[in-house]
Design a protein around this ligand. Structure first.
Ligand code: AMP
Ligand code: GLY
Length: 428
């Protein structure tokens, strides 16, 4: 098979690395890719949201399957674009159509979906500028902290958690009346604050059956001890000690099955990944959000833990034969430590020369934001690398990641040195 992966992050490098190991692969292309994906296949410098350019590439290279990494092309309808095109309609796209991508693209839609299909989630109401005052009254009925969410895609910044009621009311006005997050906040979801500990569960589905992939815990804040600004994710651990078999079983029964059945009832033919952001409150799961893609950096620990041929699984999604595919995972613990550019998630500099990538031992270096410039690798993003390691324990794995993260150098590099620390003595 000739496969095209769309995207340019660590998630796409992990996909490319895994697919490159498949016996079913002939040629692999990544658009636009990064300096790391270039070692797994051929990078093509086009944007994942330039559908015309994607079409030309698919045609020129005889692509048999397209795997979409990020949410943007999915929410913008790349899968629908393929289905409506005479030339492309029979080429499978892994990732939902616009209707399914709403699970991530519209929080208002996803909350309605959860309530309708009995998926446990925080109580909520949605507001627009037509009923701001009702929104303020609704806030008064809740206990702090107050959770305000822009309904649309806001690059991971659209969620505000506020302790003070007056500040919450002010921010509600900012979002609805002053377009704080642009169009994304023309509808705002206000919901009950959930207590507990968070994790991510990933499901691969062909619309009929599903496989639950390894769960992971992400570290979202920039600072050690979970302090400072939110980022795309600074590290991840899989498996998650507080998500034992009994808990995952509960997630399957209370969340995964109602979600898959709900999609079918709504006539949404969903073929791709569902990323379920969950709160575990004393062993009871509650859904914080859905995403219509894999997580980053979670993919960099989830994919290495899949033993089976990943391309074979994706083929199962495309042909709706996922239930016939073997699915095995690796029991060892995987950790990833993300190296970022100083300043991230605010302003940071790019084009710093990277050294030491080749001197790592015992880890996989996934590139998140790099580009090749002649024989040099330069930084090109806030998150630059995800260093993934296996170990017999979280401590063992993460120590390898830290050791190799130390060897990679570029000006103003930063990484958190406490990834996994909160989980090391879990249950002991
Ligand atoms: P989301 O984009 O919906 O995942 O929200 C971003 C982050 O805000 C989540 O990962 C949680 O840490 C936090 N969060 C969102 N909703 C809630 C909630 N209802 N209760 C507590 N924390 C929340
Ligand atoms: N790491 C969180 C995400 O991919 O949304």
């Amino acid at each position: 098979m000739n496969v095209l992966i769309l995207g340019s992050g660590g998630r796409e490098h992990a996909f490319a690395w895994k697919i490159a190991q498949s016996k079913k692969l002939e040629n692999l292309y990544i658009a636009p890719g990064n300096a790391g994906t270039a070692h797994c296949g051929t990078n093509v410098n086009i944007s994942a949201t330039d559908f015309e350019a994607v079409k030309a590439l698919v045609w020129e290279k005889g692509i048999d399957m397209v795997l979409v990494g990020p949410e943007d092309p999915l929410v913008k309808g790349i899968h629908d674009y393929f289905l409506q095109d005479e030339v492309l309609k029979d080429i499978p796209v892994i990732g939902p159509k616009k209707d399914g991508a709403q699970l991530e693209g519209s929080k208002d839609f996803s909350k309605q979906f959860m309530i309708k299909h009995g998926v446990p989630t925080a109580a909520y109401q949605s507001f627009t500028k037509a009923n701001v005052e009702e929104g303020k009254k609704f806030l008064e009925t809740l206990k702090p902290p107050f959770v305000l969410k822009a309904s649309g895609l806001a690059a991971g910044k659209g969620v505000l958690i506020i302790d003070d009621i007056n500040e919450a009311k002010k921010e509600l006005e900012n979002m609805l009346l002053d377009a704080k997050f642009g169009d994304a906040s023309s509808t705002v979801v206000i919901e009950e604050f959930l207590h507990g500990i968070e994790l991510s569960v990933f499901v691969l589905t062909d619309g009929k059956s599903y496989k639950i992939l390894p769960a992971a815990k992400d570290y979202k804040r920039i600072g050690e001890g979970d302090t400072g600004l939110n980022t795309g994710g600074m590290g991840a651990v899989s498996p998650v000690p507080f998500a034992d078999e009994a808990f995952i079983k509960k997630v399957e029964e209370k969340v995964v099955i109602p979600t898959i059945n709900g999609l079918r009832k709504e006539n949404i033919d969903y073929r791709g990944f569902i990323f379920i952001g969950l709160m575990n409150n004393n062993g009871e799961p509650s859904v914080i959000e859905y995403n219509c893609r894999m997580g980053d950096p979670e993919t960099e620990v989830v994919i290495p833990r899949i033993k089976s041929d990943f391309l074979d699984l994706l083929e199962g999604v495309a042909t709706q034969t996922l239930d016939k595919k073997s699915f095995e995972t690796v029991n060892e613990t995987a950790t990833t430590v993300v190296i970022v550019s100083g300043g991230y998630p605010e302003d940071y500099e790019k084009n710093k020369v990277v050294t030491g990538i080749d001197s790592n031992e015992g880890s996989h270096v996934f590139h998140s934001g790099t580009k090749q410039d002649g024989d040099k690798v330069l930084t090109s993003g806030g998150r630059v690398f995800a260093i993934t390691s296996f170990g017999t324990s979280i401590q063992d794995a993460v120590n390898k990641s830290f050791k190799n993260a130390e060897k990679i150098t570029f000006d103003k590099k930063y990484y958190r040195k406490d990834i996994g620390k909160d989980l090391m003595n879990w249950g002991k």
